[in-house]
Design a binder for this molecule. Structure first.
Ligand SMILES: Nc1nc2c(c(=O)[nH]1)N[C@H]1C(S)=C(S)[C@@H](COP(=O)(O)OP(=O)(O)OC[C@H]3O[C@@H](n4cnc5c(=O)[nH]c(N)nc54)[C@H](O)[C@@H]3O)O[C@H]1N2
Ligand SMILES: Nc1nc2c(c(=O)[nH]1)N[C@H]1C(S)=C(S)[C@@H](COP(=O)(O)OP(=O)(O)OC[C@H]3O[C@@H](n4cnc5c(=O)[nH]c(N)nc54)[C@H](O)[C@@H]3O)O[C@H]1N2
Ligand code: SF4
Ligand SMILES: [Mo]
Length: 735
């Protein structure tokens, strides 16, 4: 335990610094009012358990409160996702609560053009009346489906209820088509189950962990990093496949600096070795899969020598790592990744990852993928919607994506440009997603916004999307509100509550209240049959038979462990058409798509240009934390990583300011160059979430650069419609 604790600190090294920032050791308060945030880091006289919203992992936290102020946020030792520890971002939650730039009062733009930020502060009454009238007008003139909800984050559930009442099924988040979508589809097609969030990975018991780009340690999903550290402490072998020497690569026995976009070739070559040498789990594969014979034929020419020419990974390294992967089976986990929208053939890559996992028999096995358990509470009864809404218009006319099982966020955006989809979208409600930084082709996002009849932003901060709104509804933060009961499928069943730690500051209001107010004005108050979401949650818990006071006191209730792997007695079953793991996918074949993963040679950077890659910082979540003074103090801006030798050849020095210019002439603001041996020579890398432009973000504005601004292209996945985003190229020039 001590050892893995040490590993955790090393892997999340920045955590040490942020802990300091959160314990009053910070030297500079960056404009935080010391009368509001005093004594940070001290123990409270009251401790309130709730769960975190600094990212979407939902770790249980204990918030210390003294004199009505939150002084410290720690991991809840009882909560299975935190085990008493938080990632650096979670500890920095007070930086959001006490952010002086928070949205404090409703705002309305009565004059000026969208984006001119000619806002007036108005009363809640005025803001809600305005919004409801506009919604009613759109419903009358275009039908309710012409209003789309973009929603990311736990509080969005109340706005989904509002949409059900109003009559629209146009609900999307960038966390599907710009993130997990391809992975979910690849695993669904293969195993009959997607992975969800948190992923059902038994990393802590893995003997071999293969990371394809997943950069654990920078990608700081708390439990995964804890489990990763635990596995390393027990001697697991790590294989990191990444064009960049990531934090995870620093923990790896093998770093494979692959040419970006060629992972499918590597995966096929690994499978070639494993199948030809008979290293796969014969018993598991015979009992549970269909299509091995077709795969064997398909792999015949996918030799390590062939893959070398595509990936630049030497054949003997491919053979050796294939043997290591197979040697650790079934506790050999080829990590499925999460942000998988890379090149437009991402469902194919995800299928290749899924099939490799099937060959080593890791699905449903200890050290592989567990089959999650969960416990619930009865839902409150809601009225049946009056009519069934038309399907969301999220694909261009005449186009369909056979396996898109969620609505495409960029598709709803595109449908807001008149005449392009089955019908036009006319209004947006945007809850907790900064579409300006999250959807590729940002110029199209602005174009779509200018066509709208209504843009409502529900947010906590003046993010870029807020600046484009007609009406701004300030939500209070996760530390100030109830949300619905937190049901999270996991290795063991549990159920958590999000409850207010302190009262809402300023004039901000909880999401449930905002949604209920709008629903009531639209004649659908019956979809919110409670005056207080806390009472609603307590009612659900009581109905399920839990001791409500105990759940609130602990922040959660844990259920009895059930078998989640075959080693604990689980019987495997697969919800595919054949009831087996489908190596060969007849579903893909029937849809006119390759039934076995095919490799596509993607366009390369060419001389003088570099592929633009991007990723995470351990102390930030996208752009949602870059204005947080606690976290911003640890990392204020991003750098452009470029291979040191290339930098030298071009006369660029480490630390000097450079600008990036993309293939379409889009130019970034200046950013510092990080000339490093840790990058391949054909790509550059930046951390996503910087380069804010909204003047309201007084700390973050103008710091660093926004990768999304340089993404004037994306490549669409024909299986599920996701936007591959690693397809932009930049030149690096002196600023
Ligand atoms: N601290 C922190 N943690 C987070 C988040 C956060 O904002 N902050 N966000 C969370 C969310 S929602 C997500 S989706 C995940 C995303 O995190 P992950 O799913 O881990 O990964 P990506 O961001 O896609 O991957 C970035 C890594 O892939 C490498 N890479 C780029 N191109 C290629 C390629 O062609 N092949 C290979 N093999 N590697 C490549 C990059 O160098 C980089 O190291 O992180 C989660 N965790
Ligand atoms: N260029 C580029 N695009 C990307 C990515 C990338 O790396 N690069 N990553 C992709 C991935 S993996 C994902 S998952 C998506 C994520 O993209 P988004 O869905 O946009 O997620 P966030 O950036 O977390 O959303 C931030 C918004 O939520 C607001 N917010 C924070 N807390 C609350 C709250 O409690 N209530 C309300 N109402 N609002 C709140 C913030 O102020 C901010 O405006 O982006 C995708 N798009
Ligand atoms: S991983 Fe970190 S930011 Fe995300 S929920 Fe957990 S503590 Fe919060
Ligand atoms: Mo994501």
């Amino acid at each position: 335990m001590t050892q893995s604790r040490r590993e955790f600190i090393k892997i999340g090294a920045a955590g040490v610094a942020v802990a300091a920032a959160g314990t009053g050791l910070a030297s500079n308060w960056w404009g935080l009012d010391p009368d509001v945030v005093h004594d940070p880091g001290t123990d409270g006289d009251k401790i309130v358990p709730t769960f975190c919203e600094l990212c979407f992992w939902k770790c249980g936290v204990l918030a210390h409160v003294k004199n009505g102020r939150v002084t410290k946020i720690q991991g809840n030792p009882e909560h299975p996702l935190s085990n008493g520890r938080l990632c650096p971002r979670g500890t920095g939650g007070m930086g959001l609560l006490y952010d002086p730039d928070r949205l404090k009062r409703p705002l309305l733009r009565r004059k000026g053009k969208r984006g001119e930020q000619a806002f007036e502060e108005v009363s809640w009454e005025a803001a809600l009346d305005f919004t409801a009238e506009k919604l009613e007008l759109i419903r009358k003139t275009h039908g309710p489906e012409a209003v789309a909800l973009f929603s990311h984050g736990y509080g969005g559930s109340f706005f989904k209820t509002l949409m059900a009442a109003y009559g629209s099924a146009s609900i999307a988040a960038p966390s599907y088509a710009q993130c997990r979508g391809a992975r979910e589809v690849g695993f669904q097609l293969t195993f009959g189950s997607s992975l969800g969030s948190p992923e059902n990975l038994d990393l802590g018991n893995s003997r071999c962990i293969t990371l394809i780009g997943s950069h654990l340690g920078e990608n700081m999903h708390n439990t995964q990093v804890q489990d990763f550290a635990a596995a390393i402490a027990k001697g697991a072998t790590v294989i990191a496949v990444d064009p960049r020497f990531s934090t995870a690569a620093g923990k790896a026995k093998y770093w494979l600096p692959i040419k970006p976009g060629t992972d499918i070739a590597l995966l096929l070559a690994w499978m070639h070795v494993i199948v030809n040498e008979g290293l796969y789990d014969r018993e598991y594969v015979d009992a549970n899969t269909t299509g091995l014979a077709e795969l064997r034929a398909h792999l015949e020419d996918k030799t390590p020598e062939w893959a070398f020419t595509e990936t630049t990974i030497r054949p003997e390294v491919i053979v050796e790592t294939a043997r290591v992967i197979a040697g650790a089976r079934p506790a050999s986990l080829i990590h499925p990744g999460r942000h998988t929208s890379w090149y437009g053939d991402d469902t194919q890559r995800s299928r290749a990852v899924a099939i490799l996992n099937a060959l080593v028999g890791s699905w449903g096995r200890r050290g592989g993928f567990f089959i999650p358990a969960s416990m619930g509470a009865p839902k409150i009864a809601l009225p049946a919607p009056a009519t069934k809404p038309r399907p969301a218009p999220d694909t261009p006319k005449g186009v369909s994506f056979p396996f898109a099982d969620e609505t495409l966020a960029h598709g709803l955006r595109d449908a807001s440009i008149p005449g392009t989809a089955a019908y036009d979208v006319k209004g947006w409600i945007v809850y907790g997603t900064n579409l300006i930084q999250a959807l590729p082709e940002p110029a199209k996002t602005i174009q779509a916004i200018q066509e709208l009849e209504l843009l409502v932003a529900v947010d906590v901060l003046p993010a870029e999307i807020v600046g484009w709104a007609d009406v701004v509804l300030p939500e209070c933060t996760y530390l100030e509100r109830w949300d619905d009961v937190g049901v999270t499928p996991w290795r063991e069943p549990f159920l958590a509550v999000r409850q207010p730690v302190v009262a809402p500051m300023h004039e901000s209001k909880p999401g449930w209240w905002i949604a209920k107010q709008l629903a009531t004005r639209l004649g659908h108050g019956d979809f919110f049959p409670y005056d207080d979401a806390g009472k609603m949650v307590e009612g659900r818990l009581a109905k399920a038979g839990y001791d409500v006071d105990a759940v609130k006191a602990k922040g959660l209730v844990r259920g009895k462990a059930v078998p989640v792997t075959t080693e604990d007695g689980l019987a495997l079953s697969f919800a595919t058409p054949s009831k087996k793991i489908e190596i060969y996918s007849k579903q893909m074949e029937a849809a006119g798509l390759a039934p076995l993963p095919v490799y596509t040679h993607h366009e390369e950077a060419g001389s003088g240009r570099f592929r633009l890659l991007y990723g995470r910082s351990p102390v930030h979540t996208f752009g949602r934390t870059t204005n947080n003074r606690f976290l911003g103090e640890v990392m204020k801006d991003n750098e452009v990583w470029l291979n040191a030798k290339i930098a030298k050849e071009r006369g660029l020095a480490n630390g000097q300011n450079v600008v990036l210019v993309n293939q379409d002439g889009v130019k970034s603001p200046p950013a510092r160059l990080k000339a490093t041996e840790r990058m391949r020579p054909d790509c550059v890398y930046v951390v996503h979430g910087f380069g804010h432009t909204d003047p309201g973000l007084k700390f973050a504005k103008g710091r660093g650069i926004d990768d999304n601004a340089l993404m004037s292209r994306s490549k669409i996945d024909p299986a599920m419609g996701g936007t591959g985003m690693n397809v932009n190229f930049v030149s690096v020039e002196k600023a």
